[in-house]
Write a protein that binds this ligand. Structure first.
Ligand code: PLP
Length: 326
């Protein structure tokens, strides 16, 4: 367990005693949002977040609103990026936390973390980033970026499902939380309960491998996505959603010019309408909606993501299928 703690810390430039093991990013997000809200209540009740966050953040914020929290949901532009002036304008004397995800799970759009962190520091407000999609794919150092709290999840970078971590800064500033779980002094009394040793070991190993392979994965997976997008841009009226400049290298969110039959494609390929987590719900993607897409455009939008086990042959078959459908 302690070796795994070092492996996780090592991946994000933290100290091992700043890492808390959790059951995944959902728990990390719940722990940090509810925990900070309770611990800093005397300072204020205002939290700033973004309309395109993962439901783990949005639903927790909704819950906190019922507990008298005031939440500001920042807008995004058509590229999926927040406006830093809007962030500055949203800050109040009662603001205790800025919660902005590192990379979006539906579009891969990466928010300007360094600038957000500088604004948070200037106003002495804590900065939490849900970096579940970012960690393991791209290099991130919590000290370089001035991130105070961060969530991550092993299954986003080839580790086991059901295990994640929460990073909580211990100095300059020291982040305090009220625990979600009570009943034992494990994890510095931040998360009671017997540790899930096999999964923790799996998370640690996944962090070690991710760190070693990060650059190679970036190079190889970028090539697959570039090939994919380059080919399908021949389809007239097709659009790539999200900032192509500030985007994870593995994600491609595409609006097709009209609906088409995806049944045959689904026999061979797995891709999703909206995010996997919410594709079971009938609601159109809140992320694309926030970016200004109309419902019919959202209905014709799909997320494709590429990984280190994909081959160029597979991507060629996928693009050929798509090209023949239009
Ligand atoms: N946050 C983001 C950005 C995600 O993509 C996910 C993915 O499922 C989560 C949170 C939830 O993570 P977990 O499934 O580990 O609870």
């Amino acid at each position: 367990v302690e070796k795994a703690r070092e492996q996780v810390a090592n991946l994000i430039g933290a100290e091992p005693n700043e890492i808390i093991f959790t059951s995944g990013a959902t728990e990390s997000v719940n722990t940090v949002l509810k925990g900070i809200y309770k611990a800093y209540k005397t300072k204020g009740n205002h939290i700033i977040t973004v309309s395109t966050e993962h439901k783990a953040v949005l639903d927790t914020c909704k819950y906190l609103e019922e507990e008298d929290a005031e939440i500001t949901y920042l807008n995004v532009d058509k590229e999926g990026l927040i406006d830093l002036d809007e962030l500055k304008a949203a800050i109040k004397p009662t603001t205790i936390l800025i919660s902005v995800m590192a990379a979006n799970n539906e579009t891969g759009v990466i928010q300007p973390l360094e600038e957000i962190s500088a604004i948070a520091k200037e106003h002495k407000i804590l900065f939490f980033s849900d970096a579940t999609q970012f960690i393991g794919k791209t290099q991130l150092d919590v000290n370089d970026l001035g991130i105070d709290c961060l969530s991550l999840s092993a299954h986003k970078f080839y580790g086991p499902k059901g295990i994640g971590a929460l990073y909580l800064r211990r100095k300059d500033p020291r982040v305090n939380i009220v625990s979600l779980l009570h009943g034992g002094a494990q994890e510095n009394s931040h998360r009671a309960g017997t540790l899930n040793v096999p999964l923790i070991v799996g998370l640690g190993k996944a962090c070690e491998i991710a760190k070693a392979e990060m650059w190679d994965n970036n190079t190889e997976v970028s090539k697959l996505r570039a090939y994919f997008e380059h080919q399908i841009l021949d389809i007239e009226g097709l659009r790539i959603n999200g900032s192509t400049k500030n985007r994870l290298y593995n994600t491609s969110n595409i609006t097709f010019p009209r609906s088409f039959d995806i049944k045959v494609l689904l026999q061979e390929f797995a891709f999703s309408s909206g995010s996997a987590c919410s594709s079971g719900t009938a609601e159109p993607s809140h992320v694309l909606k926030s970016m200004g897409l109309h419902n019919d455009e959202i209905r014709n939008s799909y997320r494709f993501s590429f990984g280190k086990f994909n081959t160029l042959d597979e991507v060629k078959r996928l693009t050929n299928h798509l090209l023949s459908a239009f």
